[in-house]
Design a protein around this ligand. Structure first.
Ligand code: PMP
Length: 394
């Protein structure tokens, strides 16, 4: 029996640079005291009040087939939140509930690309991006964002890639995983101009929109002429520590949302209503717990920057958002992969090599701020000392 080429080629099959993560995991499972700063898995559990709301909704009968686009009250709450946070007029008809940001990404690519089309995405990138594009039969083409530009994608590079490939869409992410970079207004305006000039859709992954450490979140959908060509990916995984509840959404033009609802009917048939009710509860009642989660990451980040500032060998990529820091370790003479492997062997600290996010992040490593402060501080002090030793050994 032959599987489809589409599924067989979903991942590109090469070494994906995730070996360090897998090795750190198996060392931890074998009982080594490994500190894992690898993947962005929230260490904060979903608040019991949200789980109580979920439980009560289920006991109360919200266990049948859900309404496919999502509970009207939840779509209203998300629309109001998006409008308040970005200034872009938004109603329930602009919102469709999706199984997590990941489900939303796949659906957004499906909605904008036909088989054989090209879709652009910015490199370095979140691991699933190319596979989500391949999964809908399109060809993923990376647009490099370089360290010398502080990982801000340049309009001229995007325009050249769009013209060369005739791409149907561009996928961006701000605040950005893996670098923590928040795109500036200048970057977003440049992106918007290219999308308008070329007729490309913009898919804007904003799942870290509550993790902006300086300034406010900027959504390109709010820029002139962009609401009709932008699909925003949103999620409660990061903002409300609800990763396992798989609650996400797409905000876009009404016509696109109507068709995305058809897509949901033929794929997921919606999200469990008891989870949607818990999400509604969290949006309506959860300002305090949301602030508590954000505050925790803000604090950890400040602590990490303080420790890292002591190093002459490690340069922290200037960043303003998300729960990651990208460290430029090129001064040690090692690749990100070699640095990460040695750090794991010698210090039992797991970090992600920049190379696992694409070539443009080579010579970097990413740390996730997903362990508690004392552990984070200890790990980073040892990481700084390790980089120092490498430099002396060289
Ligand atoms: N986009 C980015 C940039 C992410 O980092 C993640 C998860 N780590 C997602 C989307 C998917 O998030 P979820 O499906 O949990 O909403």
């Amino acid at each position: 029996m032959q599987l489809s080429k589409r599924i067989l080629t979903l991942t590109d099959g090469g070494s994906d640079g995730w070996d360090v993560y897998r090795r750190a995991r198996s060392m931890a499972e074998a009982g080594h005291p490994v500190i894992e700063l690898t993947i962005g898995d929230h260490d904060v559990p979903t608040d019991p009040a949200i789980l109580d709301a979920m439980h009560a909704a289920a006991l109360d009968g919200s266990v049948g087939y859900p309404i496919v686009p999502g509970l009207p009250e939840l779509r209203d709450a998300i629309a109001a939140r998006v409008q308040a946070r970005t200034g872009a007029p938004t109603t329930r008809d602009n919102v469709v509930i999706m199984p997590g940001g990941q489900g939303a990404l796949f659906s957004a690519e499906a909605a904008t690309c036909d088989h054989g089309d090209t879709a652009l995405f910015v490199e370095p990138y979140y691991a699933t991006y190319p596979g989500s594009i391949r999964g809908v039969g399109a060809t993923p083409v990376p647009v490099p964002a370089l360290p010398e530009h502080d990982f801000q994608p340049q309009a001229s590079t995007i325009l050249a890639a769009a013209r060369e490939t005739g791409a149907r869409s561009l996928l961006i992410n701000t605040p950005h995983n893996p670098t923590g970079v928040v795109y500036t207004m200048k970057t977003l305006r440049g992106i918007a101009d290219v999308c308008k000039a070329t007729g490309m859709w913009l898919i804007s992954d904003e799942v870290y929109d509550t993790q902006v450490w300086d300034g406010a979140h900027l959504s390109p959908r709010a820029l002139p002429g962009m609401a009709e060509r932008t699909l925003v990916i949103g999620s409660m995984s990061k903002s409300h520590a609800m990763t396992g509840s798989r609650i996400g959404w797409i905000v876009g033009p009404e016509e696109a949302v109507e068709h995305l609802i058809n897509l949901s009917t033929h794929t997921t048939y919606g999200l469990p209503a008891y989870i949607q009710e818990a999400a509604l509860f969290a949006l309506q009642e959860g300002a305090e717990l949301e602030a508590e989660i954000t505050g925790r990451f803000r604090h950890r980040r400040a602590l990490a920057l303080e420790v890292l500032s002591k190093s002459n060998r490690i340069h922290t990529v200037p960043s303003h958002g998300a729960m990651y820091l990208m460290l430029d370790i090129r001064a040690t003479g090692l690749s990100g992969e070699d640095f990460a492997n040695l750090l794991l062997d010698e210090e039992e600290i797991g970090v992600m090599p920049g190379e696992s996010f694409g070539r443009t992040a080579a010579g970097h490593v990413r740390i996730a701020l997903t362990v508690d402060e004392a552990v984070l501080e200890d790990a980073l002090r040892r990481l700084v000392a390790f980089a120092e030793r490498l430099a002396h050994a060289a």
